[in-house]
Design a protein around this ligand. Structure first.
Ligand code: AQP
Length: 334
């Protein structure tokens, strides 16, 4: 079966190794498969659920496109566009927010994590974020959505919204129920300073992450400073449960080399971190240095990046405007 794949990345700056290994690397593989029809969205409407500097946001939208292309996503074969230029997303999000139930949203753990202790001060958009995500997916009849563990609950909500809309309006199979695509053998990439916290764009310390724009020297310095523990690397995978920093660095090495964690452990068991870090630096530089070079090159050709977005927005708009027209008719807006 041909797959219709939809996924998005927020243009919130500092795209990092976690975004690459958890999402973009997979986008490239899916996008290169002839049987897949992939839509990759720069989700700028999602980005403003937390405060953004308008000038920086414009640049970050371009940088996200540059990162997609530099990583190997073909902008001719796949659709690359930014969400705010296809008005159907915002329209569908409103209609779906009248379908979704408060109880469903109250269960979303990511809102609780992102809003933190002071949830009274969080934006309404941050709370209803998963409804906009449902609109993104359902407008394109996506059959599959690549998601990390943290987004599984949101995809479940998209499925609930689609089912309730179809039932409420007696439109069997009108909104397609999307399936998750979960990467096998993958664990979330954690901060280089604290193996219990996820690597994140918004973490204040730049030393906590490898940015996709980091050059060779920055990669070397960050890995050398990455937190470890005093013991040599273990022989047994179970030991890693008590050693989050070791687990994270070994997982990064495994993902970059497309090998299992078990295989990496058997390669480095009994070795010191200093020796392992040399190998990790080597693979990081080999894989990421060409990407960062290409991002920098593309960022100096803004016209090219804007043309990619123009083309992608036109294609996305053709699909989404048809779907929202039908949604509005079903709801009774004529
Ligand atoms: N640390 C991570 N490990 C694995 N995957 C990750 N992703 C993000 N961080 C990690 C995946 O990258 C995709 C795009 O993420 P996003 O930009 O839409 O939002 P996010 O998950 O909120 O990313 P950040 O870096 O944590 O941003 P901030 O700090 O702004 O909240 C998603 O598929 C995500 O799973």
């Amino acid at each position: 079966m041909n797959k219709k794949i939809f996924s998005g990345v927020q243009p919130t700056g500092n795209l990092h190794l976690g975004n690459y290994l958890g999402a973009i690397k997979n986008f490239v593989e899916l996008g290169n498969d002839r049987n897949n029809h992939c839509i990759y969205c720069v989700v700028d409407l999602h980005a403003i659920t937390v405060k953004q500097d308008p000038k920086l946001l414009t640049e970050n939208i371009r940088e996200t496109v540059a990162t997609f292309v530099a990583s190997g996503i073909d902008p001719e074969k796949n659709i690359i566009f930014n969400q705010s230029r296809v008005s159907a997303h915002a329209e569908a999000a409103w209609i779906f927010s009248c379908v979704a139930r408060m109880g469903w949203l109250n269960r979303m753990t990511q809102f609780k994590e992102k809003a933190g202790k002071d949830k009274e001060k969080a934006s309404v958009g941050l709370y209803s974020y998963p409804v906009l995500m449902a609109a993104d997916i359902l407008l394109y009849d996506a059959t599959h959505v690549p998601v990390g563990e943290d987004q599984k609950q949101h995809l479940e909500l998209s499925r609930d919204i689609a089912q309730k809309f179809n039932n409420d309006f007696q439109q069997e199979n009108f909104l397609k129920i999307p399936e998750p695509l979960i990467q096998k053998e993958f664990s979330r990439i954690m901060s280089l300073r604290d193996g219990t916290k996820k690597m994140s764009k918004s973490e204040v310390s730049d030393l906590s992450r490898i940015n996709l724009t980091d050059n060779k020297d920055a990669i070397i310095s960050k890995i050398k400073k990455a937190k470890t523990d005093p013991m040599p690397l273990p022989a047994d995978i179970k030991e890693l449960d008590k050693r989050p920093e070791a687990k994270n660095l070994l997982s990064i090495y495994s993902s970059l080399n497309d090998v299992t964690l078990e295989k990496t452990i058997s390669q480095f068991s009994g070795k010191n971190f200093s020796e392992f870090k040399e190998s990790l630096i080597q693979v990081l530089v080999d894989k990421l240095d060409p990407i960062s070079g290409e991002i920098n090159k593309l960022m100096s050709n803004k016209d090219y990046l804007d043309r990619i977005l123009d083309l992608g927005c036109e294609k996305a708009n053709n699909i989404a405007s048809e779907k929202i027209k039908k949604i509005k008719q079903i709801v009774g807006f004529n």
